[in-house]
Write a protein that binds this ligand. Structure first.
Ligand SMILES: Nc1nc2c(ncn2[C@@H]2O[C@H](COP(=O)(O)OP(=O)(O)OP(=O)(O)O)[C@@H](O)[C@H]2O)c(=O)[nH]1
Ligand SMILES: [Mg+2]
Length: 770
């Protein structure tokens, strides 16, 4: 689906969208690389990335969106949240870093988890910092060997970038790296390293057969197979026992249709219109395996989960279209009915019908053989729910089209979640936008069709939860399922029970609540004791998210100065004294080589001499009417606790400020629970609060480096009062509003993942102006 959307967009805009995640351990040069790409003419000075930087590079006919994720070890487990199908990974290695093995473990780990869950487009490994004087051919060779070793089991397309002098800082070789990523991504096909393991069961002409050809084929099998198919039960027995003389495409279809008929005869086995397919596939594969066991080497087939499901589904659709009412002696005229159905659905005789839905490489990959995978070209056809046949017997159509509103909302919820998946970092926003779009759409549609039920926040939100839970359920059963690419129809065909029956809401809501006015306007919780399933916190908004969108009081500079005084003289509540970090200070590390050195006050400064800008260029506007109530003391106190907690960990001696040290301190803060910071309104489950913590740590660290990292002098007093007086905006507890949409910030997702800013970007570089 995403690939298709990308394709369509590229056709319209003439451009392609790609994503590249830039990884590597801290101080490898990721941010330097990113800004050398997007701002080649400017020399930027980086500070450790807390969270991420996102930039789009226009390269040839593509827009490559680079995601630079902070490389500190504390943050690495979170990187998986930023993976998506079809993307490239660029792993940057500082060849002078003595942590080469750690870097290789990281490379191996990230590639393996990304490749397990997503079709990675390409992996590039950049041997960086070759501008440094001690770069030797031996060192480069050693790094290359280590990379080759780490990537030896990787089945994704990969390449080492190692041109002489390659350096993110000087820019030498950077364009070649971008070109390499572009080439790697443009040639992307799903799971490209996978070899075909099975031959298609109907080898065939590359020419597309015409309908006449196929009808003719159907006629000729009728002549050749009439005797063989006379007794369907016997045919099936012979199949199971390996006694059939041959096993060809038509035999597949016939066996599938017998099995389907048997399944349909017993409606107790199936509850939804699509379920017979799954039951039949299971029986079919059992029979096939038994046949191969009984007659080893006689037939060239193997069991193929996706292909079998595809064909059983096709036969089922053909039977449905054929719709001849069953007669008493069901199997007595079965072969004749089968041939008639073939003639009316001659496409079935096209052994390569799957080509309309699956690419060959994808279908004949081991993944598709052992698991049911969704099509990568277009979704499987399903029934037209508006035209259920009253004649068709043996199964129940009632469920389809029963509750039009629920069906519409399920589709809407599914599309919304797909968008969330595709846009990754803006879940709260996407859901919010989708809700208002749905509301508008409902109003428009109701103008045309008054029988359509009105928009209901409760219903929309309920189905988002259920559909999300359904997707998680599918992923649990089948981790290879790529829902970003599968249409709603495909999911319904393949996983008929995933999203529950249309009237599932009855389990959770009284009809009066479900359809009532209150539920339309606001989300109302389900019946007492009922919890809407919600398997993972991703995509979930706080229940009271509507309340979250509140009026904002923007403090004046005077108010901020007042708060700064309050905060600097504030005594933190709990036992932990407000002194410098008690954690053993790591040895300072050379930011260029990555080597830890003994303390040396003179030369291990982070190189931020050209700082020209304040951390945040946020302009705090005066409120239209000066507020008489500048914020409750409670919020001041919360902010004081927060600032003390972070500021106190930062070194008070300038010579300790170096890249690695700062990034570790920062991520220690992001990683540990903020016990001292009251979590008003937001209790227990928010112990992680990742976005919030990353944001404040980043704000304070960046302000700190900007304020104190510039000067070489030793006379500057680093104390909180001085620090806050230079960075008043930090005293505003709602500063995040400048950077984040409120729904994003307050979503549950923001607790679990460090979300990127969606209002105003933060950049971990200095020396440029927006
Ligand atoms: N000599 C040299 N220094 C480099 C090169 N690339 C980056 N650096 C320096 O290495 C230090 C770290 O670079 P960053 O780009 O901030 O590193 P990072 O990988 O983004 O680090 P995190 O954000 O902590 O993950 C900075 O001082 C850069 O100037 C390079 O190619 N050559
Ligand atoms: Mg960085």
């Amino acid at each position: 689906m995403a690939a298709l959307v990308n394709f369509v967009k590229s056709k319209i805009r003439g451009r392609h969208d790609h994503r590249c995640l830039v990884l590597g351990i801290d101080s490898a040069g990721k941010t330097t690389f990113l800004y050398k790409c997007v701002l080649p003419e400017i020399t930027v000075t980086t500070i450790p990335t807390i969270g991420l930087n996102v930039e789009i590079l226009k390269f040839k006919d593509s827009d490559i969106c680079f995601w630079d994720v902070g490389g500190c070890d504390k943050i690495r487990p979170l990187v998986r949240h930023y993976f998506s199908s079809g993307m490239a990974l660029l792993f940057i290695l500082n060849i002078h870093d003595e942590r080469l093995l750690e870097a290789m473990d990281e490379l191996r780990y990230q590639v393996s988890i990304a490749a397990a869950d997503f079709d990675l487009g390409f992996v590039g490994i950049m041997l960086n910092k070759q501008d440094l004087p001690n770069t030797t051919p031996e060192l480069r060779q050693k790094c290359r060997e280590q990379v080759e070793n780490a990537m030896s089991n990787c089945r994704v397309k990969w390449r080492i970038f190692d041109s002489e002098g390659l350096s993110a800082l000087t820019g030498v070789g950077v364009e070649e790296v971008v070109q390499g990523i572009y080439d790697g991504l443009r040639g992307w096909v799903p799971d490209p390293a996978v070899k075909a393991v099975d031959k298609p069961d109907a080898p065939p002409p590359d020419v597309i057969p015409t309908r006449e050809d196929l009808v003719h084929k159907a006629q000729s099998v009728q002549e050749s197979k009439r005797i063989l198919y006379r007794y369907p039960e016997t045919f099936l027995d012979n199949m199971r026992n390996g006694k059939l003389e041959t096993w060809d495409h038509c035999d597949h279809l016939f066996a599938a249709s017998i099995i389907l008929h048997k399944v349909l005869e017993d409606p107790s086995k199936t509850t939804t219109p699509q379920q017979p397919v799954f039951v039949a596939v299971e029986i079919f594969l059992e029979n096939l395996l038994s046949m191969l066991r009984e007659a080893p080497g006689k037939f060239r087939n193997t069991a193929h989960q996706t292909l079998t499901t595809f064909w059983v589904h096709q036969v089922y659709l053909a039977m449905h279209r054929f719709q001849e009412p069953p007669q008493d002696s069901y199997f007595s005229n079965f072969p004749a009915r089968f041939f008639k159905m073939l003639k009316e659905n001659p496409d079935l005789m096209n052994g390569r019908l799957w080509q309309d839905y699956y690419s060959k490489d994808y279908l004949f990959s081991p993944k598709a053989k052992d698991n049911l995978v969704t099509p990568d070209i277009q979704h499987l056809p399903s029934f037209d729910p508006k035209a259920p046949s009253p004649q068709a017997a043996g199964y129940d159509y009632k469920k389809l089209g029963e509750d039009r509103t629920s069906r519409r909302l399920k589709r809407w919820a599914y599309a919304t979640l797909q968008t969330v998946k595709a846009t990754n970092a803006r879940r709260g926003l996407v859901v919010k936008n989708a809700l208002s779009e749905l509301q508008r759409d409902t109003i428009r549609q109701r103008a045309k069709d008054p029988t359509l039920e009105p928009y209901s926040e409760t219903q929309a939100y309920f189905w988002v939860q259920i559909v999300h839970a359904g997707i998680e359920g599918i992923l649990k059963k089948n981790p290879t399922f790529e829902f970003a690419r599968a249409s709603y129809d495909t999911v319904e065909v393949l996983y008929p029970d995933a999203f529950g029956a249309d009237d599932l809401w009855k389990e959770y809501y009284l009809e009066s609540d479900w359809k009532g006015l209150a539920g339309r306007v606001n989300f109302i919780p389900p019946k007492k004791g009922k919890v809407i399933p919600n398997f993972t916190p991703i995509l979930t908004l706080e229940k009271d998210w509507r309340l979250a969108v509140s009026d904002v009081h923007v403090p004046t500079l005077e108010e901020l100065a007042q708060r700064a005084n309050y905060i600097s003289s504030y005594e933190p509540k709990q036992e932990e004294p407000a002194t410098e970090s008690k954690t053993p200070d790591p040895k300072p590390m050379d930011v260029n080589t990555g080597h830890f050195r003994d303390e040396d006050d003179d030369d291990d400064w982070i190189d931020i001499r050209e700082v020209t800008e304040k951390t945040s260029d946020v302009k705090i506007s005066e409120p239209e009417e000066p507020s008489t109530e500048p914020g409750s003391p409670q919020t001041w106190q919360d902010q004081a606790e927060l600032i003390h907690q972070i500021f106190n960990k930062l070194p008070k001696v300038q010579s300790r400020i170096n890249h690695s040290f700062i990034s570790r301190i920062a991520y220690d803060q992001v990683n540990t629970p903020w016990s001292r910071i009251p979590q008003r309104k937001q209790k227990s489950k928010l112990s992680t609060q990742l976005t919030k913590k990353a944001f404040w740590v980043r704000m304070i660290v960046e302000a700190y480096i900007d304020t104190y990292g510039v000067s070489n002098g030793s006379g500057v007093e680093i104390n909180l009062q001085h620090f806050l007086s230079k960075n008043l905006e930090l005293c505003w507890e709602d500063l995040w509003m400048v950077y984040y949409n409120e729904l994003t910030w307050k979503s549950v997702t923001a607790n679990e993942v460090i979300l990127g800013c969606d209002r105003k970007q933060l950049k971990s570089v200095r020396g440029w102006k927006e």
